[in-house]
Write a protein that binds this ligand. Sequence first.
Ligand code: HEM
Length: 534
Amino acid sequence: MERHHGSRTRGLSAGIEAVPQGPFFEGRFGRMFRNLPVFQANKDDLLALAESMTQAGVVDNPAIPAGFTYLGQFVDHDITFDPNSSLQRMNDPEGLVNFRTPRFDLDSLYGRGPVETPFLYEQDSPGGVKLLVGRVIDTDGNRIQDQHDLPRNDFRQPTDPQQRALIGDPRNVENTFVSQLHLVFIKFHNKVVDKISNEQPQLRGDDLFKEAQRIVRWHYQWVVIFDFLARIIPEGMLDRLLRTDDEGMRSVRLRFYRPERRPFMPVEFSAAAYRFGHSQVRGRYKINTTVPVRPTFLPASDLPPKENVFEFRTADFRGFRGLPPSWTVSWPFFFELDDGQGVLQQSFKIDTNISGPLVNALPGADHQDPIDRSLPKRNLLRGKALGLPSGQRVARRMNVAHASILTGDDLGLEGDLADKFANETPLWFYILKEAEVQQNGERLGTVGGRIVAEVLLGLLDGDPLSFLTGTVATAIVRAPPALARTGPPSLSLPCKTWRVLLQARRPSGRCLRQGRHTPPRTMRGPTYRRAGKA
Ligand code: HEM
């Protein structure tokens, strides 16, 4: 069975009964706005609204390169992944008790570590702590020397049914882009292991693993906040929520996402606000200089027959299969990198126009079923099933100025829909429309930006091992504001953090080779025992 992104929503599919309603209780899922009434929309009206979101009109967002769409998806998988055993889940079907706190801990990469999930690790590497890297196979089944893929289970011929990727989260193979991004993180981890092994040979086995894990996680967390979040929320919002005092110390100030006990996943985030990424997905992509432009996903009826192996595998970017030869993603097509060839593609604007492949060609969906194959329909019905409040109610609860709350004509709806949703609109739709009206589709608006920012910062703040709260946080948070985009000075400068990650794809990435990302003494030594997570 294919495990699609969204197929394991950790109880989300169960509906409203899986989300604690009480004002105090917090479990697997929870609510940010507990006292707001559920928006009781009519199902047919929601389906008609979804139809209106599928009209032509998708346009490039000049502010956000296309790669951030899939970094967003990678982040979603990381914080919604629950590697508890299925047995444990069966004992706790609603997931209200046995719940691993959502964290930016890259469980999707590490699984449960080299001891419990040894099949993810390269046994011949130092301490057996490097992650496995796979190779692309050609049409004759030969492994191609310089073309890397995720490691795959018993994959010898392009026709083999066993092409399952051996990774910590089965959802990270849903499409070519998120799979290749996963590979970047694997290679980055391996580079970091090499570097630590050279510089601190006394660290072995579990200690080596934990130290590498800590460095990789902190780089990733820094990218999530200062490169990803800072781009998608309104300008200035991050500085208001992540304050810097006179000493240069940073602290998180949240108003709406305030877990009483431990961080949880609010449904306003997972079923509405963070699904903004669906509107960023392009209908077609170019991945490198050799492969022609391809549709993101083709409807099942347009796919070549499976017997035409090559055509079938290269028709679109759906996942769950080995990477075809020459399909290595060239990252300058996806991120602003100044050290490679490629024509940068932008993501699509954050607005209520959803591109064709997500409307009629969702991989893994039942294509005879008009609801199952349409992501806008599924998102709006999921919001209803989970009892979300309307966007306008949330805006008022956030004290958004009356004039800035979207109603009536602001919503750009026509005919019946204009009347039916004039004063109350589903939260997901509202957040997309708000981005369109307030930010010209380049960033999220007040409500969407605030929900996403509070949850991402709250998760980081609630994690005792994150770069904000870990033992050596002081060294990092003192980074002057001018460096906010480039990362912690001693971890990645003078290379941009992204470049550090992406160059780990090469045998000798410049940044790592020059040793410029070496953590200072304060980030090493005894702290690794506390900073790593088993
Ligand atoms: C090609 C890209 C993508 C596809 C095909 C896809 C597909 C899906 C599907 C089918 C669902 C389940 C819908 C339901 O029945 O409730 C889902 C859920 C979700 N998606 Fe996506 N998605 C994509 C990209 C993204 C991106 C870029 C983001 C955010 C930046 C995102 C965020 C979410 C969230 C938060 C959920 C609910 C929680 C979860 O299941 O992980 N998705 N997506």
